[in-house]
Design a protein around this ligand. Structure first.
Ligand code: B4P
Length: 191
């Protein structure tokens, strides 16, 4: 089994690249953002609780997302590997993920971290907000709050995986295809 984390700040292209990577490598895509938005659309209790955090640009509490990922791992026992997109986003989530994978005699193969300047992130998300209908994209203040959450809580997750020599930085600016090829090169070196 090959497990990959696609890492980076909001708007760095994790979702965009994940769609292409799962096609090429046949991995199971687990996006906590998509899972949370699906809960919101179905108006579940979890979704309603998550929405209040997401609308403010804040991270959803760890226990909620860890529970969602734990269920998703149990429901997908027979896959070739997982592509984690937008998870883990805190050190507690990283520790929980390692423990969950260890119980299944598995681990993370590599973390590919997309590097994009803050102004480019804001430009991309404001532009997406014009069409996405996502309430966390259509307000620049909320977008900047998400980037602050990233610096305060999420950036440290890369330091955690650096201790195990598992992090590779990838330039996240340029064409979508160029970035995709750079990601594939790193994956091909490891599988
Ligand atoms: P996510 O759904 O994970 O989304 P994201 O970080 O906003 O975007 P992503 O990096 O995937 O960017 P994308 O490819 O779409 O998170 C949303 C919220 O959910 C969080 O703020 C948080 O509240 C909550 N949440 C999710 N996971 C959580 C967790 N683990 N713990 C707690 N809370 C959690 O790209 C963005 C835009 O850029 C798109 O419009 C795209 O077309 C464009 N783009 C992509 N690549 C480009 C390129 N190379 N050049 C130009 N534009 C590009």
């Amino acid at each position: 089994m090959f497990n990959l984390i696609l890492f980076g700040p909001p708007g760095s292209g994790k979702g965009t690249q994940s769609e292409k990577l799962i096609v090429r490598y046949g991995l199971k895509h687990l996006s906590t953002g998509d899972l949370l938005r699906s809960e919101i659309n179905r108006q579940t209790a979890l979704g309603l609780a998550a929405k209040s955090f997401m609308d403010k640009g804040q991270l959803v509490p760890d226990e909620v997302v860890i529970g969602m990922i734990s269920s998703a791992l149990d429901e997908n026992q027979e896959v070739k590997g997982f592509l984690f997109d937008g998870f883990p986003r805190t050190s507690a989530q990283a520790l929980a993920l390692d423990n969950l994978l260890e119980l299944k005699k598995n681990s993370i193969g590599v973390m590919l971290a997309l590097d994009v300047s803050e102004e480019e992130l804001v430009n991309r998300l404001v532009k997406r907000g014009e069409t996405s209908g996502r309430s966390d994209d259509n307000n620049e203040q909320v977008i900047r709050a998400r980037i602050t959450e990233y610096h305060n809580k999420t950036a440290a997750v890369a330091d955690y995986y650096k201790k195990f020599n598992k992090v590779v930085m990838i330039k996240g600016e340029g064409s979508i295809d160029e970035i995709f090829e750079a990601l594939c090169k790193e994956i091909d070196n490891r599988i």
